[in-house]
Structure formats: C-alpha cells, structure tokens
Ligand binder design. Structure first.
Ligand code: IMP
Length: 503
C-alpha cells in the first residue's frame, strides 16, 4: 500500500516565530546574513558565500544580466535563465561578468585613423563617453590615447578631424599598471583629478578602465558580491539535456555557479548531469540540483554530488504543477523535512550541503520563516519580477503599473526542458501561467526593506546570524482562528498602505 504521510503538507502562512531572549547587542546593525552557497566539510569554509540569503529565480521574466548585476551589488546571486540559446545565455553571463565592479573592460574603442564622426557614432551607439584609442581598435590593443567629451567641441570642429588631433595621447595620460588594487586605482583618480584610469599591462596593452563614478557606487554597496578579480558573482541555470554544450559555454563566459533547473529533481537525469560535470571538471565547477521536497530526494542529490540542493515543487506563484499533475508539497513542510535530512547528512558524513527554499515567498516574513526552518538561502521569482531591474515589460493596467511575470512552464516561456521526461512532444501541457505582478520600484530599496524586517525579527529571536537562528528559532503553527488576529482587525482602516498590503 502507498505511504501516506501523517502530517499535512504545510505552507509558510501556517507558522509564526516565537521570540527568544534578546540582549542589548541584538540590534539589526549587528546581524550578519552571510550564508554558504556550496557544500563544505566540517571545520572548513564554503568556497562561496553570499552576503544576503537571496537568489533570483532561473526565469525569463526574472534573471538576465541586468538583474544579475543589481542583485550581486546587494550581496546575492542571480541564476541567469537557461531557456534561451546557449549563445545568448553565455552572452548574458559575459555581460554581467564584465560589468563594473571596479575594473571594466573597455567597450568603446577606435583605431588611430578614426575621426570625430566615428567618436560621435560610437558614443551614440554605446552611450559611453570614454573611448580608448588602441593600435588595432580592440579592447585589449596597445593603448595610444583616450578621447572623452572634454577633448572635443562638436560646434567648433569638423567631424572629419582625425582623433589623433584631439585625443589625450598616451604620454600625457594618467594610467595604472595591471595588478593595481581598486583602492590604489581610486587614489590615482583622486590625486590626479581624472574621471577615468586606464589600466595597462607591461606591453602597454589596455586591460580595463576604473571610473570615478563607480567609486560612489562601491561605497553604497558594502555587501556587493565579487570574485577575486572584483567582478560580480553570477550564476546560471542549466538543464539535463544540452549540458555538454551549455556548461562549457557558460564557464567560458565566466559563470561562477550553475544550477540544474528542473521542476522535479529526484531523477536519474540529474545524476547523469552532475556526473558529467564531475568527470569533466572535478569539484572545481559548482553545481546545485533540484527541486526536491523530502529527505529521500535530498539524500539522492547529496549522494550524486550536488553542491547545494533546491527545495520546492508546486509552490511558485505562477505554478500550476499541483493542479495539473497532483505532485508537490507545502513549502514549509518541504523545507523543514529537507533541513532535517541536511543536518543528519552532516552528522553522518561531516559534509554540510546548503539548501535553498525556492518559490512561494509572498510576505517578507516568509523569508524569515524559511531561514528559521533551516534554509541557508532563498530563491524568489515573483518578488524580483516586480522591480525595475527585471527584464519584463512595465505596463499600465487599470490605472496601476504592473510588470509581466510568466512561469517557465507556461506556453510563453516554452522551457520544455525543465519539465521534459521524454515522450510525445505533442502531448506537452502547461505547468505555469502568464501573469502581471504589481510594479514595486527599485531592487535596492525593496531588498533593504525586506532584509531590514528579517534582521529585526532575528533580533527578536536573539539571533545575530543565520546558523544561530536556524539552531535556536522556535516556531509555532497557527490556528485558522488566530490568523484573523494577526492582521489589523476590529478597527476601521483609514487606508491600506503599502506596508500593510505588501504582497
Ligand atoms: P515565486 O517566487 O513564488 O514566484 O516562485 C518562483 C519559482 O517557481 C521558480 O524559482 C521555480 O522554481 C518555479 N517556477 C518557475 N516557473 C514555473 C512554472 O511555470 N511552473 C511551476 N513552477 C515554476
């Protein structure tokens, strides 16, 4: 006979946290949200941490290069969506990896025989006013000079004037040598009152620029997540079908971490995919796997060698998997069960495999609950889709700004690899919907506010970091009747403000 679990499948809304003792040090500014992303042995450090426990979903409507940069600035990781060609996904990864974070590859370059017209055309095309003049016109050619808006006056000059007549030539330029630190580069910028500093190698070849304007942005984002070359950390989704082409291209483009994006991960497909990665790259390449919703699924992926395991089936806001197929599990029950399995696995093997709660976050406090229940980090789709930085269109619908948000299992995304079990292609059915979500402004402001709430609750529970919170949090189930007590009740509300109606 089939196994029937005794406990019902529960969701975040059914739980509350009970405060613990907090001393006077329990203040939000003392809370660290740093969290491991990939597995590590007892007594060792993980090779990759995030400074905030948030990742953005592997979805067309959520995670492109723009989102990856915005989230890495805050200290989290985006997994750039894989339901696109290998080339375009790799190009997104590459763009995110080459974005600022101090040293920027030069994207506007001309040869010395170019004219002012070429300068103006390139400026219009790229939108940047600093142009490197290199011997061969490439981003890493021998640097001969630079042109910025200060070097020419369109109203007074003929557009056929050669750049060599007005560029700042190399011998009059301030430059830094390859290997210089960001803070040394910034000192040169400030001491010499320049707006940009070209960085060159021993053969005078251009490697990158450091811009004065990035200095402030760096200061504003103390949590930003950078690799050893000061580039943003970027993740990417892969599937269990074309990994032999996709994985090498993503790695070549600079992806720091991969995740197998699948609606159901307790399968041989994932085992084969992870094995292929291990056979070709050993442990060097980091790959998460999922999604699973119980201890058996976790164990399986742990034994397959997953670097982290993602939890969640059917709880996503755009997801209709449970209706279509009758599989899944309430997200809270799934996280609690898998967290227990993760801890047992750690006790048994001395290997800690971080787990990610994916989908179903509606209120900010759901993030706090997911962490308390044992998640090391969280993946969100709907949450990030609402922000300026998401790739989808912002529209006005019935007088309100909204953004489009569609599931990877919807006909719009056509991400059949995520759901593919083989079989007749004509019999594919949708597991996701196409929808709108309320537009919510900038990622930075929202993430700061949400995590402010998370930190505040952690303080109430007397925890100053995520591991302590996971160990010591006390949770209670709520009764249907007590839910009414949780919102404003028995008063006549004057207005519903964003903080009471936030979804
Ligand atoms: P959300 O944060 O509640 O919007 O959930 C996002 C998560 O839903 C993603 O990270 C995926 O795991 C999952 N998901 C994305 N697209 C679909 C779909 O079309 N059907 C079912 N689940 C989906």
């Amino acid at each position: 006979m089939a196994t029937v679990l005794k406990e019902p499948s529960r969701t975040f809304n059914e739980y509350l946290l009970i405060p613990g003792y907090s001393d006077m040090e329990a203040r939000p500014e003392n809370v660290s949200l740093r969290t491991p992303v990939v597995k590590f042995k007892k007594g060792e450090e993980s090779e990759l941490y995030m400074n905030i426990p948030l990742t953005s979903a592997v979805m067309q409507a959520v995670s492109d290069d723009n989102m990856a940069v915005a989230l890495a600035k805050e200290g989290g990781i985006s997994f750039i969506f894989g339901s696109q060609s290998v080339e375009s996904q790799a190009a997104m990864v590459k763009r995110a990896k080459s974005y600022k974070a101090g040293f920027v590859p030069s994207d506007s370059n001309l040869k010395p025989d170019a004219t002012l017209k070429d300068v103006l055309d390139l400026k219009a095309e790229k939108g940047h006013s600093t142009i490197a003049i290199t011997e061969d016109g490439t981003a890493d050619g021998k640097l001969l000079g630079i042109v910025t808006s200060k070097d020419y006056r369109v109203s007074r000059m003929d557009t056929s004037t050669p750049v060599t007549d007005f560029m700042t030539p190399f011998d009059k330029m301030v430059w830094g040598s390859e290997g210089i630190t960001l803070s040394e580069a910034n000192d040169l910028i400030w001491d010499n009152k320049v707006n940009q500093l070209p960085i060159i190698d021993k053969k005078q070849r251009l490697t990158s620029f450091v811009f004065r304007k990035d200095y402030d942005s760096h200061k504003e984002n103390p949590n930003e997540l950078l690799d050893e070359n000061k580039r943003y950390i970027v993740g990417a989704g892969i599937n269990t079908r074309d990994y032999e082409e996709r994985v090498p291209a993503l790695l070549e483009a600079g992806a720091d971490i991969l995740v197998i994006d699948s609606s159901e991960g307790y399968s041989e497909w994932q085992a084969v995919t992870i094995k292929w990665i291990r056979d070709h790259y050993g442990d060097k390449v980091k790959v998460g796997a999922g999604n699973v919703v119980d201890a058996d699924g976790f164990r399986f992926l742990a034994d397959c060698g997953a670097d982290f395991v993602k939890i969640g089936i059917g709880g996503g806001s755009i997801c209709i998997t449970r209706e279509q197929k009758g599989i899944g599990r309430g997200q809270a029950s799934a996280v609690i069960d898998v967290a227990k399995a993760r801890d047992e696995y750690f006790k048994e093997t001395g290997v800690y495999i971080p787990i990610c709660s994916d989908g179903g976050i509606v209120y900010d406090y759901h993030m706090t609950l997911a962490l308390a229940m044992g998640a090391d980090f969280i993946m969100l789709g709907r949450y990030f889709a609402r922000f300026d930085e998401s790739p989808s269109a912002k529209l006005m619908v019935n007088g309100n700004y909204v953004k489009e948000y569609w599931g990877e299992g919807s006909a719009r995304a056509r991400n059949w690899q995520r759901y593919d079990l083989g079989g007749d292609a004509k019999l594919k059915f949708e597991e996701g919907v196409d929808s709108y979500v309320p537009y919510a402004g900038s990622l930075h402001d929202n993430v700061q506010m949400s995590l402010g709430k998370v930190k505040s609750t952690m303080c109430n529970c007397g925890a100053l970091n995520i591991p302590d919170f996971q160990k010591n949090a006390k949770l209670t189930l709520v009764s249907a009747v007590s839910i009414v007590e949780g919102g404003a009740h028995d008063v006549i509300l004057k207005e519903v403000g964003p903080s009471t109606g936030q979804r």
